[in-house]
Write a protein that binds this ligand. Sequence first.
Ligand code: ZN
Length: 316
Amino acid sequence: MSIKFAGLHHVTAIAGDPQENVDFYAGILGLRLVKKTVNFDDPGSYHLYYGDATGNPGTIMTFFSWPGAARGRTGTGQVSATSFSVPEDSLGYWTERLVEHGVRFAKPERRFDETVLAFEDHDGLAVEIVAGPGREEGEAWAGSPVPVEHAIRGIPGVTLSEQSGEVTENILTRLLGFEKAGEEDGRTRYLSTGSGGSFADVLALPEGAPGQTAVGTTHHVAWRAPDDETEEAWHEEIEARGLHVTPVLDRSYFHSIYFREPGGVLFEIATDPPGFAVDEDPDHLGESLKLPPWLERRRAEIERSLPPIHPPRERV
Ligand code: ZN
């Protein structure tokens, strides 16, 4: 059996200052802050989730915030860029918006029939806006500073930097059900065969230095499982391939397993249910600090240790 993913679920990266992170992703990029919680493995630090109007799988970007921590280095064995999709006609809007907010970006580049604007967030994390045909669908948030017609629709895929493209190709196609879709300028594109149609681009960099995971780098990428039963089946399949995989972990908003692909990138498989409305009114997502039941009794202590954050300041 080859695992059939329904596409990308979320990407998790590491930020420095949480307010700068909110200002960038909810402010400049106009995503909705759909959940304000803590890192369950380190409750003294924030875990912030951004997405579309309801935080649908495939639109979610999340951050562990480590204020004052050192910057990492992007390199091999890492997700080296996260793409955000916008409608084809919105490229001009985004070019102007980035200029207005003082975000420097590279010259727009054509890639697999789409146009890519590449830039970095406040912490140096590589982010791309991808504009192309068929990128109009989605549930954009009407409360965003970005008009709905130009809003980011989701995360169509990620770029993986690898020392050996072959090792990763093997895992993507033989285990994870991706199909090789094309090659361009040293970049190989794989598409998930499920309904999500996400891409994983692999850049093979045999001379590249390994990445160091810290502020401004990606921690992991998560792929979608439609339900717990499928996730269990995948757990068995990954184990049968001799890869180390964690038990199913309760992340409140989805259930997760993690394993490292042989090239070094940390992969997660996360279930679609239960989603972000499980502990909060959908009209007020992200407004108050949510804690899992086992951390509720430590709320006062946790709240004291977290720097306050407020909605993004519009700078222009
Ligand atoms: Zn995750």
